[in-house]
Design a protein around this ligand. Structure first.
Ligand code: 0RA
Length: 643
C-alpha cells in the first residue's frame, strides 16, 4: 500500500452523466434503496481502510438537516496535487468517475460499493458534500455543491498529535431523489452496521442518529466475527456444543471466513457474503462450502464407523439440519449474476471455500470428537426420519387415487408420525394460519391454512370438487383418500395421518359459514372421520378481559360468560377486548386459548349433530335457492350459532 501515490489514479469520465442518469450508476436508482446506497458507499470506503489495516473505527452520524457524516481513523485521503490531472487527489477521487487506480483494485477495495465508482457518484448526487482530512497535523477541507468544487481544498486548522483520518459529510440531492421524504432509515442503517461489525470481526462501528430527541450513541463491535454472527442467528434453545465454530483461511487469493453453530432444532439458516455484500441466492462460495462440509462429515463418519449398517446415508441436507452458518469470502473482482448481486459466480471462490472449509472443518472434527459425534448422530436421525416420511408418502399416494401431489405446500406438518398422537388444525385464512403456525406445538400439531371460502360441495359437480385446491390439500394432508367420489374411490382410516382434525374458524358469521362448508365436505366425502369421532371444532374466545392493573387477560367464550364474569367482579375497573378474528390474536394468545391441550375446549362433532345439521346443510347450501332465503330470514338472529 505504500506505493500509493496520487499518480496512480486513472481518469475516465465526468459527473454530468451521473446526474443525467443516476439509475445507471446507483444500484437502487433514485428511490429509497439508491438513497441509502450513497451512504453505504461512503461507509464502505471507511471499512475498506480498516480492512487494509490502517483504521479500526468508523463512525456514522445522521444529522438534523438530513445529511450524514462518516468518519474513519485511517490514513486520510491524500491531499497532494496529481501531476497528470493538475488537481488534488481528493478532488480527483470525488469528481472523476472511475477514479480508481488502486482505489478499487483487488488489494484495496473489498467491500463492493457502487461497482467501484463510489465517491464521485455520491458527490454527483449530493446537494453538497464536504471532506475533511486529518494528516500531518493539519486539517484539510474541501466542499462540493452538486459535484462541483465550491470551496477549494484548503488547510482550515491544525492539531497536535499523530492521529489521521477522513470525515465525509453529504446531503443527498432532493432534485435527484425527489420522492424521498423521510430521509435515512436508522433501523435499516443499524442493521447494516451490525452486519458489518460481524463481517469485519473487530472494526468498531459507532452510530448516532442526531435527528431524534433522545440521541444515543451505539457501538457495534463483534470480535468473534462470523462465528458470533452464526451464534446470533441460531434459534434460542439447545445447541449441540458450547461455542460457535470458526473456520478461516486464504486460498487462491480468496479470504474465506465461516462461522457456524448447530442447534438441536430442525431449520437451517445459511447466509453468504462476497466482499461484505449479501448474496441471497448463494453462488460459488455456497457450493464450495456444501461440498466440503458434507465430505468432511461423511469421511469422518465412515472412518469412525458411525453410520450403522442398513441405515440410510445422511445427505448434505441432513447434515445441515439445525445449522446456523455465515459464509463470507473476500476476493478481487467479484462477479455476480445480476445487478442485485444475489448470486456469486467466481469459480475461484468455490475452490477456495471448498479447500479452506474441508481442511479446517476436518481439523475441528478430529480435535473435538464430541462435536463430530453430535452433528453426525443428528444427521443420521434426520436421514431416518426422511426415509420414514418418504415411505409414508408413498402409502398415502397409493391409498389416494385422486391425488398424486405430495403434501400440500402450505401445510405446516407436525413432527410426529404417529397418527394417534397427531392433530391438524384447519385454519381460516393465511394470517390466522401464520399465528397458528407460530403458536403451535410442532411436535404433534400440524396447521393447514385454507384461503377464504372453500367450494360448496352441495352445489358442485364431483369433478369440480376434486379439482378444488383447498379440498385437494385437505385430502392430501389427511392421506386417507375420499369416499363417495366414484367407483374406485375409498376412504381408508388406516392411512389417516391425524386422529384429531380440528376446524378453527373465526367466531363470526363468515367463520361459521366456512365451518359449515367444511363440515358439509367431511360429511359427504369423509364420513368415517365423524363416525370415529376424529372431527372437532375449536373454540376461540370472543373476548379478553383485564381487571384493574392485572397483566393477564381473562378469556371469555360467550356473551353470557362475559356478563357473568363482569357481574362477579362488580366495582372493579375493567377493559374488554373483542377478538374479531383469530388473526387478531398473537401466536401466544392463540396457543393459550385455543390450541393448548391443557386449557383449550374442543367440541367433538358427532354424527347426530351432523344428521341434525344435515337438514340445515341442505337448506343452506343446496342448489335450491328459495328455501335458503327463507331459512336465513327466519334465523337471522341466530346467525352466531347456526351449526
Ligand atoms: C488512497 C490512498 C490513501 C488513502 C486513501 C485512499 C483513503 C481513502 C479513504 C476513503 C475514506 N477513507 C479513506 N481513507 C484513506 C493513502 C495514501 C497514503 O497515505 O499513502
Amino acid at each position: 500500500m505504500s506505493d500509493y501515490t496520487a499518480d496512480n489514479i486513472q481518469v475516465l469520465e465526468g459527473l454530468e452523466a451521473v446526474r443525467k442518469r443516476p439509475a445507471m450508476y446507483v444500484q437502487g436508482g433514485t428511490g429509497i434503496d439508491g438513497y441509502h446506497q450513497l451512504l453505504t458507499e461512503i461507509i464502505d470506503n471507511g471499512i475498506d481502510e480498516c480492512l487494509a489495516g490502517f483504521a479500526d473505527t468508523v463512525e456514522v452520524y445522521l444529522n438534523k438537516d438530513g445529511s450524514a457524516t462518516i468518519i474513519d481513523n485511517g490514513r486520510g485521503i491524500p491531499t497532494g496535487i496529481m501531476k497528470k490531472e493538475g488537481k488534488t487527489a481528493i478532488e480527483v477521487i470525488f469528481t472523476i468517475l472511475h477514479a480508481g487506480g488502486k482505489f478499487d483494485s483487488s488489494a484495496y477495495k473489498v467491500s463492493g460499493g457502487l461497482h467501484g465508482v463510489g465517491s464521485s457518484v455520491v458527490n454527483a448526487l449530493s446537494e453538497w458534500l464536504i471532506v475533511e482530512v486529518k494528516r500531518d497535523g493539519k486539517i484539510h477541507r474541501i466542499r462540493f455543491d452538486r459535484g462541483k468544487v465550491t470551496e477549494p481544498l484548503a488547510v482550515v486548522g491544525s492539531y497536535k498529535g499523530k492521529e489521521t483520518g477522513t470525515k465525509v459529510s453529504f446531503l443527498p440531492d432532493n432534485k435527484i431523489f425527489e420522492d424521498i421524504e423521510t430521509g435515512f432509515g436508522s433501523q435499516r442503517i443499524r442493521k447494516r452496521l451490525k452486519e458489518l461489525a460481524y463481517l469485519t470481526g473487530g472494526v468498531k462501528i459507532v452510530f448516532q442518529d442526531d435527528r431524534h430527541i433522545d440521541v444515543r450513541k451505539e457501538v457495534f463491535y463483534e470480535e468473534g466475527g462470523v462465528s458470533a454472527f452464526a451464534l446470533d442467528l441460531a434459534p434460542e434453545g439447545k445447541y449441540l456444543y458450547d461455542k460457535p465454530l470458526l473456520l478461516q483461511g486464504v486460498s487462491d487469493d480468496v479470504e474465506v471466513d465461516v462461522g457456524m453453530m448447530h442447534a438441536s432444532s430442525y431449520g437451517q439458516t445459511v447466509l453468504t457474503y462476497a466482499n461484505m455484500i449479501t448474496n441471497r441466492d448463494g453462488g460459488t462460495h455456497l457450493t464450495g462450502f456444501k461440498t466440503a462440509y458434507t465430505r468432511a462429515l461423511n469421511n469422518y463418519a465412515r472412518a469412525n464407523n458411525m453410520i450403522k449398517k442398513g441405515d440410510p446415508n445422511p445427505t448434505g441436507e441432513d447434515f445441515l439440519e439445525g445449522i446456523s452458518c455465515v459464509i463470507s469470502v473476500k476476493l478481487g473482482d467479484p462477479q455476480f449474476e445480476s445487478q442485485a448481486k444475489v448470486k456469486l459466480l467466481n469459480k475461484e471462490a468455490q475452490s477456495a471455500t471448498q479447500s479452506v472449509v474441508y481442511e479446517k472443518f476436518t481439523e475441528v472434527l478430529e480435535e473435538n470428537p464430541k462435536i463430530a459425534k453430535a452433528i453426525i448422530e443428528k444427521a443420521a436421525y434426520a436421514a431416518k426420519a426422511r426415509e420414514a416420511a418418504r415411505k409414508a408418502r408413498e402409502l398415502v399416494r397409493r391409498a389416494n387415487p385422486f391425488d398424486n401431489d405430495d403434501l400440500p405446500g402450505k401445510l405446516a406438518d407436525c413432527q410426529s408420525e404417529d397418527a394417534s398422537a397427531s392433530e391438524i388444525y384447519i385454519v381460516e385464512g393465511d394470517s390466522a394460519g401464520g399465528s397458528a403456525k407460530q403458536g403451535r406445538e410442532r411436535r404433534f400439531q400440524a396447521i393447514l391454512p385454507l384461503r377464504g371460502k372453500i367450494l360448496n360441495v352441495e352445489k358442485a359437480q364431483i369433478g369440480k370438487i376434486l379439482q378444488n385446491a383447498e379440498i385437494r390439500s385437505m385430502i392430501a394432508a389427511f392421506g386417507a383418500g375420499v369416499d363417495g367420489a366414484g367407483d374406485d374411490s375409498f376412504f381408508n382410516l388406516e392411512n389417516l395421518r391425524y386422529h384429531r382434525i380440528i376446524i378453527m374458524t373465526d367466531a363470526d358469521h363468515d367463520g361459521s359459514h366456512i365451518r359449515t362448508l367444511i363440515l358439509t365436505f367431511f360429511y359427504r366425502f369423509m364420513r368415517p372421520l365423524i363416525d370415529e369421532g376424529y372431527l372437532y371444532i375449536a373454540q376461540p374466545p370472543l373476548y379478553g378481559v383485564k381487571f384493574g392493573r392485572a397483566k393477564q387477560l381473562e378469556y371469555v367464550f360467550s356473551e353470557q360468560d362475559l356478563e357473568t364474569l363482569l357481574a362477579a367482579n362488580k366495582g372493579k375497573r375493567y377493559e374488554v377486548q373483542r377478538f374479531k378474528g383469530l388473526g387478531e390474536m398473537n401466536p401466544e394468545q392463540l396457543w393459550e386459548t385455543t390450541m393448548n391441550p391443557e386449557t383449550r375446549v374442543l367440541l367433538r362433532v358427532t354424527i347426530d349433530d351432523v344428521l341434525e345439521a344435515n337438514e340445515t346443510f341442505e337448506t343452506l347450501m343446496g342448489p335450491d335457492v328459495p328455501p335458503r332465503r327463507e331459512f336465513i330470514e327466519d334465523n337471522a338472529h341466530l346467525a352466531q350459532i347456526d351449526i
